[in-house]
Ligand binder design. Structure first.
Ligand code: C2E
Ligand code: CA
Ligand code: CA
Ligand code: CA
Length: 269
């Protein structure tokens, strides 16, 4: 029996238990994070080909009172699983609307577009479109100033319901970007049926495009595809001037990445 016990211990992986414990801690703390005002939006610039500012992407930050800053990649999956992403997403949306409203008061910022990330669980809510439009109506800025970033996997979730929702929002004036493009495994044929404004080339391809000919080919192909479909194309994760120059030569419309600016809190320069 003793030998068996020792064998059993070999299959016990403490790192898995630690991860699970951390998840349930995060879940408990997430439940209060909105009330306790622990979230903040950071803003990362998106620039046009000529280097001028096009707008920003809002990125969520969680300042945990004890654990410090918890990165989105750690808490958003937990928020998705527990459904807490729905109220968190509503909070992000309201904050973003407030920011756009504020920009409307400043002639140098009136044209700026602000993009928010929408998670699948959030978009899948039956009431998503109605609540989104209702919330937006209270602010009264041009709808095209608020862009929604959706991922490929979200689109594949339930194609017909998703297309319907996107069309409704698009008719109300909102624009869509397809985030992390190139990392999903979906068919390309749906692209022409969706009311998309922009393809967002995933940063993994941009990261290695100057060293890895395969990544370069993928970047080039996505840019060509976007042009053919009359969509805008943005590269994310641009970290060097060399990448920026190469992307501009390939015809990329917009760029975003540490080279142009890291995500930063308000007030922005
Ligand atoms: P994402 O939407 O693909 O956002 C881009 C991520 O890349 C951000 O990480 C950003 O800070 C980071 N990044 C930007 N430029 C560079 C660069 O030049 N180099 C490198 N290495 N990284 C760069 P972040 O802020 O940690 O967000 C991670 C992910 O969390 C986001 O990926 C998005 O999927 C999710 N997320 C963030 N905010 C929200 C939100 O409000 N709602 C939802 N549903 N998801 C969010
Ligand atoms: Ca994004
Ligand atoms: Ca992305
Ligand atoms: Ca690679």
């Amino acid at each position: 029996a003793k030998a068996e016990g020792r064998d059993a211990i070999r299959f016990f992986d403490p790192s898995m238990q630690e991860a699970a414990a951390r998840r349930s801690e995060i879940e408990a703390d997430l439940r209060q994070a909105i009330e306790l005002e622990q979230f903040e939006l950071y803003y990362q610039p998106k620039v046009n080909r000529d280097g001028s500012l096009n707008g920003y992407e809002a990125l969520l930050r969680w300042h945990h009172p004890v654990k410090g800053m918890i990165p989105p990649l750690e808490f958003i999956p937990v928020a998705e699983e527990t459904g807490l992403i729905v109220p968190i997403g509503q909070w992000v949306f309201m904050q973003a609307c407030h920011t756009i409203k504020q920009w409307q008061q400043d002639s140098s910022k009136q044209q700026l577009i602000l993009a928010i990330n929408i998670s699948a669980r959030q978009f899948r809510q039956k009431s998503f479109v109605a609540e989104f439009i209702k919330g937006y109506m209270e602010f009264g800025f041009p709808a095209h100033l608020l862009e929604l970033e959706l991922t490929e996997s979200l689109l594949m979730d339930d194609v017909s319901a998703t297309v319907g929702k996107m069309k409704e929002l698009n008719q109300a004036g909102f624009l869509f970007a397809l985030d992390d493009f190139g990392t999903g495994f979906s068919s390309l044929s749906y692209l022409k049926n969706l009311p998309l404004n922009c393809l967002k080339i995933d940063q993994s391809f941009v990261h290695d495009m100057l060293e890895d000919p395969e990544d370069a080919a993928i970047v080039e192909t996505i840019i060509t595809l976007a042009k053919t479909l009359k969509l805008k194309v943005i590269a994310e994760g641009v970290e060097t001037q060399e990448q920026a120059i190469a992307l501009r030569e390939l015809g990329c419309d917009l760029m975003q990445g540490y080279y142009f600016g890291k995500p930063a809190p308000l007030p922005l320069a």
